[in-house]
Design a protein around this ligand. Structure first.
Ligand code: GLN
Length: 201
């Protein structure tokens, strides 16, 4: 466990809502709980009560978007992201946030001014790992699973946090932290810790 667990704080915890309609939400839940955060799995619109931060997990973005609309969760979540709720989005989550998709007419939340390319590494490279820096986090093992990448940052306010082979795979824009890889896989919790520290200030 590389995380320092410094954030663990007991009583004055923040509460993180983790989208749990499809995809890899359980791993985010485990990571955040290990760091001492309170979590709530967001399975339907009644779960969208107050929380301090939001996680959009990997999975299948088209399926997630459709489910969110069917469950009437799409607009409330979009409003929360637009109104500044700190949001950690991974893989399919990054696609949900993207303002534009390079290979697709669909736009889902569209709150993050980037152009993302889905399934960007081709079938033969469906899944792979690279070690690199994520912002100030050094030597992080990045696991990519049929991952997108950020083809362009479409605002000067998009900060590039991580690149692999000259491709952007991690960005921050205001309250939105979006990663093409899966920081919830493995036991290195530094990305989640960074997210929580950002909320707590
Ligand atoms: N390829 C998936 C999509 O387009 C994302 C893959 C992932 O989240 N691991 O939604």
């Amino acid at each position: 466990m590389k995380s320092s667990l410094l954030w663990k704080s007991g009583a004055n915890n923040v509460k993180i809502g983790i989208l749990a309609v499809q995809g890899a939400f359980a791993e985010h839940d485990a990571a955040l709980r290990t760091l001492g955060a309170e979590t709530v799995l967001l399975r339907n619109k009644n779960d969208l009560a107050r929380f301090d931060g939001l996680v959009l997990p990997g999975g299948e973005s088209t399926a997630q978007s459709k489910l969110l609309k069917d469950l009437e969760m799409f607009e409330p979540l979009k409003d929360m992201i637009e109104s500044g709720t700190p949001t950690l989005a991974t893989c399919a989550g990054l696609i949900l946030l993207a303002g534009r998709l390079a290979d697709d007419d669909a736009v889902h939340f569209g709150t993050l001014p980037i152009t993302a390319r889905r399934n960007a590494y081709g079938r033969q490279l469906g899944s792979f790992q690279r070690v690199g820096n994520v912002g100030r986090i050094e030597n992080f093992v990045m696991t990519f699973i049929r991952a997108p990448y950020v083809e362009s940052a479409d605002s000067d306010d998009v900060e590039i946090l991580a690149t692999v082979d000259d491709r952007v795979v991690g960005v921050q824009y205001r309250n939105q932290l979006a990663l093409a890889f899966h920081p919830e896989i493995g036991d290195d919790l530094r990305v989640h810790e960074f997210f929580l520290k950002g909320i707590k200030g």
